[in-house]
Design a binder for this molecule. Structure first.
Ligand SMILES: [Zn+2]
Length: 390
């Protein structure tokens, strides 16, 4: 064998993955925001609200949070107004854009008006009759289409055979779907205090068709007085959107290794370097942040865990190359030192993942915690988290 040829092959084998990786890294991450129903399809209905309106409102808020805060993420909407979009068309939009993630927003309803709470679905076999019923209700949106038999190859969501199609489902994307579903569900329950119904699997046509990690969020029951009342409130809609957004950023940084700068505090009166304060100056530095509203929009976040990995007198740009690959790098000033942190997590579990990664480069790194602008001990943070849990 020609050794030069061999060398060429080795070189190719060595550099090809690098090249592919670089290619992947240079394209923006694309997330599809899918507001369920719309137009002639109202979805389920409460006393005062229709699912299509609640879904659209929260979807738009979530999309805005992402596009305002994540410059490297492209947000694609299946609808931005009250129009009817066929189920197959939603999947088409996601697939033709080669999206990286699909998030569908819905509300639940049940004959039993006591049924309440939040659940997040990933595609999979029906594990229970209750899960199947939710999927059946959502899939039946296709019955509103005049030509639905042709668009879905004769699939009828109301027959038992419908489940057989899904029983063949296996997905390369299931792990990541569960990863984002867990984060969304955890955040939503913590932020809204609505009942935690958990992450579930069921046969949703739209999740079945999209070729990417995907979830469907049932944000509460419009048939339940308390859930509906909660979802009618504008601030609460913001809280739901914020919870999904925070889950998204956590997923995004974990999957891509890219960083997103998210202001942690709210209403910061311009950083007037109150340098004579010897005590903690918990204003996370925002001089490099451009969008005023981001602080406002993310103000609903409370207890946060970060990994502190460096404390020095110098103020270094957050885009400095030494922070490359570190998730969510931020900094704050305390006792005349600039302290640099990575991660912005809502649980110890998540911040431990960040810690492990950061320790590869900064073995002395450790976990710290904030409640809004207040720096608190990690144990206090855990206590406060527990007390706000259901
Ligand atoms: Zn729905």
């Amino acid at each position: 064998m020609n050794s030069k040829k061999n060398l060429l092959v080795y070189l190719l084998l060595f550099f090809l993955p690098v090249f592919i990786f670089a290619q992947n890294n240079s394209r923006p991450f694309k997330v599809v925001i899918d507001a369920g129903h719309g137009g002639k399809d109202p979805g389920c209905q409460g006393k005062y609200s229709k699912e299509k309106d609640v879904a659209l409102a929260v979807a738009l808020k979530t999309g805005k949070l992402i596009s305002d805060n994540c410059p490297n993420v492209k947000v694609i909407y299946t609808r931005k107004t009250d129009v009817f979009v066929e189920l197959y068309r939603r999947a088409e939009i996601a697939n033709s854009n080669h999206a990286d993630l699909f998030i569908s927003f819905h509300c639940n309803a049940n004959e039993n008006q006591n049924a309440n709470g939040i659940e997040t679905f990933v595609m999979g076999l029906h594990k229970s009759e209750a899960n199947q019923a939710v999927a059946r209700a959502e899939n039946s949106a296709m019955l509103k289409e005049s030509n639905y038999q042709n668009n879905y190859d004769g699939f009828n969501p109301n027959t038992p055979e419908a489940a057989i199609l899904f029983s063949l489902y296996s997905s390369a994307y299931l792990n990541n779907s569960i990863l984002i579903a867990d984060k969304v569900q955890k955040n939503l329950v913590r932020e809204t205090k609505l009942l935690n119904r958990g992450v579930k699997q069921a046969g949703f046509w739209v999740l079945y068709k999209v070729a990417m990690p995907s979830i469907l969020i049932e944000m509460g029951f419009l048939s339940n007085t308390d859930d509906e009342k909660y979802l009618l409130n504008e601030n609460n809609k913001n809280a739901v959107a914020d919870a999904v957004f925070q889950a998204f950023t956590s997923y995004y940084t974990q999957i891509t290794g890219n960083t997103i700068e998210i202001p942690i505090n709210k209403d910061n009166p311009s950083n007037n370097d109150n340098s004579d304060h010897n005590s903690v100056d918990n204003q996370f530095d925002k001089t490099e942040k451009t969008k005023e509203e981001t602080g406002k929009l993310t103000s609903l976040t409370k207890v946060r865990f970060m990994v502190q990995f460096m404390a020095i007198p110098e103020k270094i740009s957050l885009s400095d190359s030494k922070f490359k690959g570190m998730p969510n790098v931020n900094r704050f000033k305390e006792n005349n030192l600039w302290k640099y942190t990575a991660g912005n997590e809502i649980s110890m579990e998540d911040v431990r993942v960040v810690l492990k990664k950061v320790k590869e480069r900064y073995p002395d790194a450790f976990i710290i915690a904030f409640d809004g602008e207040e720096k608190i001990s990690v144990s206090e943070a855990q206590k406060r988290l527990k007390s706000t849990n259901f």
